[in-house]
Write a protein that binds this ligand. Structure first.
Ligand code: CP
Ligand code: NVA
Length: 306
């Protein structure tokens, strides 16, 4: 595996298979004595420029379960907040810790950190991608269906960071992906091209019903991501008709499931009835962040990993 995990594109198909196998194995063996030795004595620094519940807690708990330790860092408490340069912080932190996870506004911040770091760097969400989320999602789909190959997934909503990582993973995972987004909220052309040139089958549409029809899984995310709060009214208007509700779900295949990376805004991108209903597998999906991140941390940070 590559040293850094900044993008789904950092994985080769065999890395993805290995990570998902390791995640499933670690999930089964959770709490055993052996896992506490995997990262014993190793530290992960976690820098969060934005809020987080799942990413912070799952990485922190994951490091603890593997026998290591996580250090939560908020830019306000770092010299970064007083103008220290990213490249200086990267070189210094590399001397202290075994790895760094960063959630940043700009993807370029994480890339710059990685360029100057000598330890593995993990993207904990940027404006461009959320690759750790997609690892958990693929484990969840493969647990539920027994495989991911050939699954029809309908993304309904914002063509944002989570959607971008799903698009980039779709070829490797064998998903048939349809993305329904209103015109200006479609995913970036560069992301679609990168995925298609890696063999992905992606359909883009402005009709949520087209993405829902016969899908095995419907997936959505908030309409107003972190940092986009000023666009709230405009976005709520643009996404009208994109709510995953019982009507849209009825178009999907009879055994279809519903995914949401969370946090959810009930009544906006998803109804309370669907989120709490029998097709929703969002709580398993959230749990699987822990197991896939443990596998990722073990692969990147264990002694002798590189
Ligand atoms: N899905 C996800 O990354 O959630 P948090 O923002 O709570 O970390
Ligand atoms: N698209 C959302 C994902 C949150 C996990 C955001 O960036 O806020």
């Amino acid at each position: 595996m590559r040293r850094d995990f900044l993008s789904i594109l950092d994985l080769e198909p065999h890395d993805l298979v290995q990570l998902l196998d390791d995640s499933a194995r670690m999930k089964k063996a959770r709490g055993g004595e052996a896992e506490r030795r995997i990262l014993a004595g190793r530290c992960l620094a976690m820098v969060f420029e934005k809020a987080s519940t799942r990413t912070r807690v799952s990485f922190e708990a994951g490091m603890e379960e593997l026998g290591g330790h996580a250090i939560f860092l908020n830019p306000k408490d770092l010299q970064l907040g007083r103008g220290e340069e990213i490249r200086d912080m990267a070189r210094v932190m590399s001397r202290y810790v075994a790895g760094v996870m960063i959630r940043a506004f700009a993807h370029g911040t994480i890339e710059e950190f990685a360029r100057h770091s000598s330890v593995p760097v993990i993207n904990g969400l940027s404006d461009r991608e959320h690759p750790c989320q997609i690892l958990g999602d693929l484990l969840t789909l493969s647990e539920h269906f027994g495989h991911t190959d050939g699954l029809r997934v309908g993304w309904i909503g914002d063509g944002n960071n989570v959607c971008n990582s799903l698009i980039l993973a779709s070829g490797m995972a064998g998903l048939e992906l349809t993305v329904a987004s209103p015109g200006r909220y479609r995913p970036e052309r560069g992301i679609i091209e990168a995925a298609r040139s890696a063999g992905a089958e992606i359909t883009l549409t402005g009709d949520p019903r087209e993405a829902a029809r016969d899908a095995d899984a419907l997936y959505t995310d908030v309409w107003v991501s972190m940092g986009e709060e000023a666009e709230r009214e405009e976005r709520l208007a643009a996404f009208r008709g994109y709510t995953i509700d019982e009507g849209l779900l009825s178009l999907a295949s009879p055994g279809a499931v519903v995914l949401h990376c969370l946090p959810a805004h009930r009544g906006e991108e998803i109804t309370d009835g669907v989120l709490e209903g029998p097709r929703s597998i969002v709580w398993d999906q959230a749990e699987n962040r822990l197991h896939t991140e443990k596998a990722l941390l073990a692969a990147l940070l264990r002694p002798g990993a590189r």
